[in-house]
Design a protein around this ligand. Structure first.
Ligand code: ZN
Length: 157
């Protein structure tokens, strides 16, 4: 049965598989599994799949950063740090927030996308296969062109 939106979000926040809710999405802090160890759902349904998750990470991080940074502009300065030191500390803080939001962003991206358009559990495509695909299609096209030799000659003339 398809999970509801709230259940999907809950699975995403807990870094669990969007399909079964049991398998873990990450094998280490920043390393995603290729597929669910429980139900076999591929976590890489297509190449470049997580580009949107990077935007999500940026958006969430920027929102969190601004929600903390902007109020400090209206507070009295109690630190007495130099302007440069403060800037460097804010940059470091922003970097930490962005890295910290990477996991939730990737997991939520997977959860929401699976909720919108679920895909079937299939063997994960390795990078080698995607490299071979254009070559395969080229071969097929060349073969199918053979009977239409006259057509191709007409184009060349
Ligand atoms: Zn699963």
């Amino acid at each position: 049965m398809k999970a509801g939106f709230r259940q999907s979000i809950s699975r995403g926040i807990r870094f669990r598989c969007p399909k079964c809710g049991d398998g873990r999405v990450f094998s280490s802090f920043f390393k995603m599994r290729d597929e669910c160890a429980v139900c076999g759902l591929s976590f890489y349904p297509e190449s470049g799949y997580y580009a949107g998750a990077m935007y999500l990470d940026y958006g969430l991080s920027a929102a969190i950063f601004l929600a903390i940074f902007v109020p400090t502009l209206f507070m009295p300065d109690l630190t007495h740090l130099s302007y440069m030191t403060k800037n460097l500390l804010w940059i470091a803080f922003g970097t930490v927030v962005c890295l910290g939001m990477a996991r939730p962003s990737y997991s939520l991206w997977l959860a929401v996308d699976y909720w919108i358009a679920p895909w079937n559990s299939e063997p994960v495509k390795k990078n080698d296969d995607t490299l071979e695909l254009p070559l395969v299609s080229l071969v097929i096209r060349t073969d199918s062109d053979e009977p239409h030799q006259g057509t191709r000659n007409r184009w060349e003339n």
